[in-house]
Design a protein around this ligand. Structure first.
Ligand code: PLP
Length: 391
């Protein structure tokens, strides 16, 4: 018996466990302190009315013999794929329904997609959403890092000779909140086409883009349908982190030599996946009703207002930062020469505020810090007031 030894090459992540341990120790010694958590990447607002109503109706259908449904199509129900097709049309992107694959979230598909690719080299940004790196290590692929830094505003661009048959891009970005422009993405698309690479584009935070000049999908870029797969999710758009639904777009045009990737992915999904629950897909489809769109905009606006308060607060204090304008994350440079963990300790001990040390997202995150806007307004305001007192 042999195990997949690639798993032994994974680096243990102590980021969130260390945070939890430090916070619990602090609480033990400071029983009356009110801790404000601005570290989480999870949403806090509940599912909206339209979603809950649609899911409640679906539950009733499932409990009635005449409307009960068993296995659904592995790729998702037409009603949700059509809703997505129409949504993309509003962005000027024409998709075929069978280019859209409904999933139980972006994280699963970002890992699963490696099933259809062989050995090779992936270009992965540093700092990065950890799942990209770990899934590549598990698959035994070689990884070259793309340097995100202050000079490029944490938006790395291609360098000639960097190679990479798979390229991971995430915009708006987690953890940095930085968002690529159309011009920058066009450079990436041209690079991918020239190098026969495939871009794996993660648009999980697309709903936070408010600047109309910024792209919310890679397919807004000419040529992208021949070199990019897009992964998205209702997690951050509509509070589906616990409900689980997302989608992956694999255009028909995408091919490696003569092999059409859409067919390969369909084969993978129909073999290893049995679809997202009908009830959940009904809830997801409700996001695209006029009422549903209004509701999620209200919720995303709430988080964005939090982000603005955080961003403005740190800017006033003279911090260098990116993100927070078209994203729920603010990525700031630690002050006074503190490294990420020393900054974490200072915020916790002196302001009783918890954030996320940037170094937890890769070596280029050392000396940086992520603040999340997925919190409650009063807490955000109070956290900034406290932070202003200590800097
Ligand atoms: N991609 C990015 C960049 C994320 O930050 C997250 C969640 O935090 C995901 C994907 C995962 O999304 P899902 O909940 O759809 O699996």
């Amino acid at each position: 018996m042999q195990i997949n030894e690639n798993f032994l090459n994974l680096e243990q992540s102590y980021l969130f466990s260390t945070i939890a341990q430090k916070v619990s120790e602090f609480i033990k010694n400071n029983k009356d302190a009110k801790i404000i958590k601005l570290g989480i990447g999870d949403v806090t607002l509940p599912l909206t009315k339209s979603v809950v109503n649609a899911m409640t109706k679906a539950v009733k259908e499932m409990g009635d013999e005449s409307t009960f449904r068993g296995y659904g199509p592995e790729q998702g129900y037409d009603f949700l794929k059509d809703a997505l097709k129409n949504y993309y049309e509003t962005k000027g992107i024409l998709l075929m329904a069978d280019e859209i694959f409904i999933s139980d979230g972006a994280k699963s598909d970002l890992g699963n997609i490696l099933d259809i690719f062989g050995d090779g080299t992936s270009l992965i940004p540093n700092p990065v959403y950890p799942a990209y790196l770990d899934t590549n290590v598990m698959a035994g692929r070689k990884v070259n890092f793309l340097d995100g830094n202050e000079k490029n505003n944490f938006l790395p661009m291609p360098e000639d000779g960097a190679g990479g048959d798979l390229i991971y891009l995430c915009s708006p970005n987690n953890p940095t909140g930085a968002t690529y422009t159309k011009e920058q993405l066009k450079i990436w698309v041209d690079y991918a086409i020239k190098n026969n690479s495939i871009i794996l584009f993660d648009s999980a935070y697309e709903a936070f883009v408010r600047n109309p000049d910024l792209p919310t999908s890679i397919y807004e870029i000419e040529g992208a349908t021949s070199c990019a797969i897009e992964f998205c999710s209702f997690s951050k758009t509509a509070g589906f982190t616990g409900t689980r639904c997302g989608y992956t777009i694999v255009p028909h045009q995408l091919a490696v030599k003569e092999t059409i990737l859409n067919k390969l992915w369909l084969r993978r999904q129909t073999t290893k996946f049995n679809g997202v629950p009908y009830i959940v897909q009904c809830g997801a489809a409700a996001i695209f009703s006029p009422e549903g769109q209004k509701e999620i905009k209200t919720n995303v606006d709430y988080y964005l207002e939090n982000a603005k308060i955080i961003r403005d607060g740190f800017k006033e204090l003279g911090f260098w930062l990116v993100g927070g304008d078209n994203s729920p994350y603010i990525w700031l440079k630690c002050k006074d020469g503190l490294d990420s963990w020393a900054f974490f300790d200072k915020l916790l001990n002196e302001a009783h505020v918890v954030g996320t040390p940037g170094v937890g997202f890769g070596s280029n995150g050392e000396g940086y810090f992520r603040i999340s806007a997925f919190g409650n307004r009063e807490n955000v305001i109070e956290a900034i007031q406290r932070i202003k007192k200590i800097f």
